[in-house]
Design a binder for this molecule. Structure first.
Ligand SMILES: Cc1ncc(COP(=O)(O)O)c(C=O)c1O
Length: 441
């Protein structure tokens, strides 16, 4: 721990809170986890401690760390001159592969982060529809910008129609009145969407949602709800934006939208599309995408957008996701790991359960009924952050890395990668067996 403690001491002098981002501070460690290297499913700290990783770079890593194919792509990129602010045949190859993998995406525009992608999607929706309001689901996260970062899902006061009485910025510093452009409703509540369309008739430019709300654990949309949202958006000439920044590439076929069989008008992707390299995108129907400059008037551009290294890494990721067997392995690991943890909850009579969807999962300490996970307010009433904190602490002692961002009334999303082996899972379950035996409820 000596190296880490010394780094943290120095870091606090030069960075607010000692981290390059607020979320880097692990709230059990009360400092960042300082890595020395990472390989496959394993991470090694500057103190020489090795962990099996279940945080996966907050969803950035799907193919494991230091993947040989990505290493080779980066080596090639460096040989080519490691350029940015130019397009190349690789940019086109990425676009062709992506539109093959996600068929609702007819054209793409590259950005550097999910935040930029959702900003562009919302801007585009307003420009395309000529309407102003954006309808957001309670608890869904789409980046930290003024267009959409309101009500983090912690006790939103909903009225009898499932609409938030107040739309509250998640941070000080937003311009006054920015919140008036956003309306917020309860997720998975079809009456709330119907009511919002009636109340704000002709004013809603877009509904933006995570198809699976990983930012409050692992809250899937019901298929019925998703279908209804799609029908209403089409009827009301409102665009449906799927934010697949976390779900992207984590499911077959073609991410969450393929799983639900619902076609969004626009989608945003980031994180796993380049296994954590700074690559994100907005994509969708050609007619809408062609409103972007230089064809249309809507601006979405960036100095480092489509930089060669991220694009070349992204190509390898898309190729791997398209290979037969890739999702078989993901599903096998999901079943073995999440099924195994669920069995341990029952074996040790720990109140709780696991919910997984693709390569992401969440541990719902506090209650045993998975059917309640669909409604955030039910989770918030029952979830036990104290047990989750205790669990994460014990996991760290056993060298299993789970992230803890603070006491929230819902679980943090966890993940695994295609590099997690059967042996990793067996070791994990053995360790968790000991942890659950030790835990006090
Ligand atoms: C669903 C979702 N959308 C958007 C974002 C923002 O992406 P980024 O952190 O790349 O800006 C995140 C980040 O966690 C996310 O989970």
């Amino acid at each position: 721990m000596k190296e880490s403690q010394e780094l943290f001491r120095r870091a606090r002098l030069k960075m607010p809170g000692g981290g390059c981002a607020g979320g880097r501070i692990h709230r059990v460690l009360e400092r960042p986890l300082y890595l020395e290297r990472a390989e496959g499913s394993h991470i090694v700290t500057v103190d020489g401690e090795e962990y099996i990783d279940y945080h996966c770079g907050a969803g950035g890593i799907l193919f494991g760390f230091n993947h040989p194919r990505l290493k080779e792509a980066i080596r090639k990129c460096v040989e080519k001159g490691f350029f940015m602010n130019f397009d190349s045949d690789y940019t086109l190859e990425f676009a062709e592969l992506f539109t093959k993998l996600v068929p609702t995406v007819e054209k793409i525009r590259l950005t550097n982060s999910g935040t930029e992608a959702t900003m562009a999607a919302i801007r585009l929706a307003r420009a395309y529809t000529g309407k102003d309001l954006i309808l957001k689901m309670d608890g869904h996260f789409h980046g930290m910008h003024e267009m959409i970062w309101y009500n983090g899902g912690v006790g939103t006061d909903l009225d009898e129609y499932g609409e938030a009485r107040n739309v509250i910025p998640e941070t000080p510093g937003f311009p006054q009145g920015a919140e008036n452009h956003v309306k917020l409703i309860e997720f998975n509540n079809p009456y709330a969407v119907e009511h919002a369309f009636e109340k704000y008739k002709g004013r809603i430019a877009a509904i933006i949602m995570e198809p699976v709300n990983y930012d409050c654990g692992c809250v899937p949309s019901t298929k019925k709800y998703m279908k209804r949202v799609r029908e209403l958006c089409s009827r009301e000439e409102t665009l449906l934006i799927f934010d697949e920044v976390i779900s992207g590439l984590r499911f077959r076929p073609g991410s969450a939208q393929g799983y639900y069989g619902v076609q969004p008008d626009l989608s945003t992707f980031a994180k796993a599309v380049a296994n954590g390299f700074s690559l994100a995108l907005i994509g969708g129907r050609e007619e809408i995408m062609d409103l972007l400059n230089p064809v249309g008037p809507v601006v979405c551009s960036g100095t480092s957008s489509g930089n060669l290294m991220s694009v070349m890494a992204g190509i390898e990721c898309l190729k791997m996701a398209l290979e037969p067997g890739f999702y078989d392995k993901i599903e096998e690991t999901e079943q073995m790991l999440c099924g195994g943890i669920d069995d341990l909850f029952r074996k040790h009579k720990v109140p709780g359960h696991v919910r997984s969807h693709g390569a992401q999962f969440a541990l719902y300490f506090g209650y045993e009924e998975p059917e309640l996970d669909y409604t955030l307010s039910e989770t918030v009433k029952r979830f036990r952050p104290d047990l989750y904190r205790q669990f994460v602490k014990e996991c760290l002692a056993e060298h299993l890395y789970f992230y803890y961002g603070g006491d929230k009334p819902f679980p943090h999303h966890c993940g695994f990668t295609s590099a997690h082996t059967k042996e990793d899972v067996e070791i994990t379950l053995e360790k968790m067996d000991r942890i659950f035996r030790k835990m006090k409820f």
